[in-house]
Structure formats: C-alpha cells, structure tokens
Design a binder for this molecule. Structure first.
Ligand code: OGA
Ligand code: NI
Length: 329
C-alpha cells in the first residue's frame, strides 16, 4: 500500500468522529509494569490485578533475550523492505486464508475505510508444520522467527499457568485446546504524512486467549481505560501482554479483554504480535469452578469456530462481538 506519500489517500481518511483525536491520557498514567523475575505468589497477584483493572500489562525480565527481541524486528523490516515482486506470492485478500498471508489494512475488500497497516500473518505451532510456508528471504527469516516463536510461546504458556493459579482453576486448565495455536502477525505501519486523519488499527479487542506484543521503540498503541485512551509507551525490551476475549469469558468477566487501537505516526513502526489461540473445535464457556448461584455465568457455551465467523463482521459494524454471547441476550 501507501509507501511514503505526501497526501493521505482518500480511502484511508476516517470520518471526523472516528479519527484518533487529541484526548489521550498523559503517559504517567500508564499500564502496570510487572517483573517476571519476582516472587511467584506476588507475581500471580500482580498479574491478576493488572488483568482485572487494565486487561494489559508490560512484562520485564521475561527471559527472551534482548538480542532476539531486536533481531525479529530487524528481520521483519528487511522482509517489508523487499521488492514487491518478492513479497507478492504471500499476498492474499481472502480473510479465510489461514496460511502465511501478507495483507494490507484488515479486510481490504469489504471494509469502508482502510487502516494504515501492512501485515504478514503466520502460524507458528507446531513449528515443523508451518515453517516451510514462511518466507525464505531474508535469509535469516526462518531461523530468527523459529527461535523467537518457540520462546514466546513458552513464555505465553507460563503466563497462562500463573493466571490459571491466580484464578484458582485446576492445574493445566489452559493446556490443550485453549492454547493449541500460536499465530504471529508482523505489523508494519508505514510513515504517515498526517497521522490525525487515519488509524493504524481501529478500536478492537483481540479474539483469542492471550497476546504478547513486541512493540520496538516507536509509540502507537493505546488502550481504552475508563473511557479514555491511555498511550502504552515503549519500555525497552519488554512485552506488552493483554487478556483476550476468550480469557474474559472463561474467567466469567473477572479478567478484562480491553479495547485498544494503534495510531499512525510520521515514522515507520514495526511490531511483532503473538497470539496464543484456541483450536477451532474447542468449546468455550465460563470455567465451572468460577460460577455458582451467587456468581452465575455471564456467557453462553459456544464453539470457537462459530465465534471467529461472527467476530470480523461484528467488528466492522462497530458491534461488541461478545454481546450475543451474553446470557439473556
Ligand atoms: C493487533 C494489535 C498492536 C500493535 O495486532 O491486534 O493490537 O501495536 N497490535 O501493533
Ligand atoms: Ni490487538
């Protein structure tokens, strides 16, 4: 799409009421920062508290090396810098194409306004089933992303274990179907000559289980907290972790899947997003041990596949994708 252009193309300009606006809470009021190195019980309390209040936290001392965190961003940039002919074979506008897929915006064919983002999506788990579909150019691509995806997945599973314990669920609750997949999105937000007219990504919640974001050092992510947009400024070498919709449902609303968005900027921004996701066949419902007569289930039981079908259209139409899953709706 849009490489550096002096004028923002019409099809990317949002109607005034959907533009990012200026009303962002100053960075001092930001999401919690948690050290993974700390005492286990305190760590669990901190993660649960942040997940209840914000649905988001930054994670430091997480064990993924600084070098690897930087390397994936460098190699991702090298990929997006390749000539169009080289990248074209990955390009697809089919939203149901689950393979390694390069796309621009979100749903280019069906959406009314486009978003200021290109992305490459790839499946990562099990690695040997997917790595052959990944780019071979840049030459280090498979090696660097292979190492990174294994480490990030292990980190994600470790956080889910801590959340499991913090919620008081039976050990291993998130193992198996609820964390079976790992999908990665390499997001490239090109420089924009007028960031006030566009968004990199509109307000959305992540539909899976857990997200781990490596956002490099260019700001852009904002989280909705108490009806206000809070900027999540980059913290060197940290992951931004957020609770996804399925985890909100399983926790029966105790943990929050917060809405977030990405604003564009005058400089290019590269982010690597890892989604730990359920398998399509898994049944999702509030955990039995978290519901009782005094704390009745808020959500119905459904198959993840059915939710993923309605999620995209609901999000396009500005509807809350969880609304029709609420009991009584
Ligand atoms: C996403 C997302 C944030 C970012 O891909 O779902 O919210 O900063 N990305 O790229
Ligand atoms: Ni997101």
């Amino acid at each position: 799409m849009c490489s550096i252009q002096s004028v923002v193309p019409e099809s990317y300009i949002l109607p005034p009421e959907r533009r990012p606006g200026q009303h962002v809470v100053p960075p001092c009021n930001t999401i919690p920062v948690i050290d993974l190195d700390g005492n286990r019980n305190e760590l669990i309390q901190e993660i649960i508290k942040a997940s209840q209040e914000y649905g988001f936290f930054q994670l430091r001392n997480h064990g993924v090396s600084e070098e690897l965190m930087k390397d994936v961003l460098v190699v991702a940039k090298e990929f997006f810098d390749l000539p169009v002919e080289e990248k074209q074979r990955f390009y697809s506008e089919d939203p149901h194409n689950e393979g390694c897929r390069l796309k621009t915006s979100i749903d280019f064919v069906n959406e009314k306004v486009h978003f200021w983002r290109d992305s490459l999506r790839q499946n990562c788990h099990p690695l040997e089933e997917h790595i052959q579909q990944w780019p071979e150019n840049p030459a280090r691509y498979r090696e660097v992303f292979g190492l990174y995806s294994v480490e990030v997945r292990n980190l994600g599973l470790r956080i889910l274990d801590l959340i499991c314990e913090g919620l008081g669920l039976e050990t291993g609750y998130f193992e198996g179907g609820l964390s079976q997949g790992h999908m990665m999105s390499l997001n490239h937000y090109p420089p924009c000559s007028d960031p006030t007219l566009v968004l990199g990504l509109p307000k959305h919640g992540d539909p899976f289980t857990l997200t781990l974001l490596n956002q490099g050092d260019v700001p852009g992510l904002q989280v909705l907290k108490d009806e206000q947009w809070v900027a999540v400024d980059p913290l060197p070498n940290a992951f931004v972790v957020n609770i996804n919709h399925m985890l909100q449902i399983i926790s029966n609303g105790k943990l929050k899947s917060a809405y977030h968005r990405v604003v564009a900027s005058n400089v290019a921004r590269m982010t690597i997003v890892s989604f730990i996701r359920p398998s399509m066949d898994v049944l999702i419902e509030p955990a039995k041990s978290l519901v009782s007569e005094s704390n009745p289930p808020l959500y119905k039981c459904f198959r993840f596949r059915d939710f993923s079908r309605t999620y995209i259209t609901d999000t396009h139409e500005g509807k809350d994708p969880l609304e029709h899953l609420m009991i009584g709706s």
